[in-house]
Design a protein around this ligand. Structure first.
Ligand SMILES: [Zn+2]
Length: 289
């Protein structure tokens, strides 16, 4: 599933490619891709025709003036001060392709940009595109409750200490709480705990000051490194960047989905522990304490 480094990679690539481009065609090929927020379990079909028409009307003729990101979401700013919010979900990709090239089977939304098109490809359809009034992430209620961006100056060891104080959740789970810090999911929660030398099962509210410092530093290091590698493309190949290339961080993963394989530092087989909610965390019983 795309997390902060993957969304950031896509946002940076789009910024260099499509700023100034005008949307001349809009095609929606799957109702779930433009469903209302919070309507995940509803039958997406009623009203699809009118929602599709409204979505197309809001985008056609618009110019893309900026590309941003908040957490795992990519934000395309439009010239009428609206924003196209793109949530990548489990398997979403945003590809820039020449118009006329064969379309991906799971292309759900296509935005024509003259000789190129932006394709929202999403085999599992947990992703979503929505046009919102306003610009900048703070304009949308969706993001009001988000925690700070982990690479921003707001994310400090002191913030982390305050946010985790008294928490009875495990650190592996706490790191994925978007209200605590935005953009971290399964892959990077595992990797951050490893780099910090902390077991993901430790209680978040009981970390010592040096542990908090290590966790904070590890989060920033891992995310920065993953962005430099253009993200992680797992064995399932779900994530691709805007040019259709795989991310290279996979070869640097220390623990994520390496159950039974030797730790890259000490050789001990990597373990997988199931936490509440059925969520499995990968970790090294020797390197992580
Ligand atoms: Zn180890």
């Amino acid at each position: 599933m795309p997390e902060l480094p993957e969304a950031e990679t896509i946002a940076r690539q789009l910024r260099s490619e499509i700023i100034g481009a005008q949307i001349d065609r809009v095609q929606v090929r799957h109702p779930r891709s433009i469903r209302r927020r919070g309507a995940e379990n509803e039958n997406p079909n009623p009203g699809f025709a009118s929602r599709r028409a409204r979505f197309a009307r809001a985008l056609r003729g618009r110019r893309i003036t900026g590309v941003g990101r908040r957490g795992k979401a990519v934000l395309l700013t439009l010239d009428d001060a609206d924003t196209l919010v793109v949530r990548l979900g489990m398997s979403g990709q945003i590809l820039v392709r020449p118009t006329g090239t064969p379309r991906e089977k799971a292309a759900r939304v296509i935005l024509g940009l003259g000789e190129r098109e932006l394709r929202f490809v999403d085999p599992r359809t947990f992703g979503q595109m929505a046009v919102r009034r306003g610009t900048g992430p703070d304009a949308f209620p969706d993001f009001w409750e988000y925690g700070p961006e982990p690479l921003s100056p707001k994310f400090t060891p002191a913030y982390l200490a305050a946010a985790l104080r008294g928490r009875r959740t495990r650190i592996g789970v706490a790191l994925m709480d978007q209200h605590l810090v935005a953009g971290i999911g399964k892959i990077y929660a595992d990797e951050i705990c490893f780099r910090a030398g902390l077991r993901p099962t430790r209680l978040a509210g009981r970390l010592t000051r040096p542990m908090l410092q290590r966790l904070w530093r590890a989060a920033r290091q891992v995310l920065r490194e993953a962005i430099r590698c253009c993200g992680t493309t797992d064995a399932d190949g779900a994530y691709l960047d805007a040019f259709g290339q795989a991310g290279r961080f996979r070869t640097r993963l220390r623990v994520y989905r390496r159950t039974g394989q030797p730790c890259r530092v000490c050789g001990t087989p990597i373990r997988r522990t199931r936490l509440s909610g059925g969520r499995g965390m990968h970790w090294c019983p020797v390197c992580q304490r």
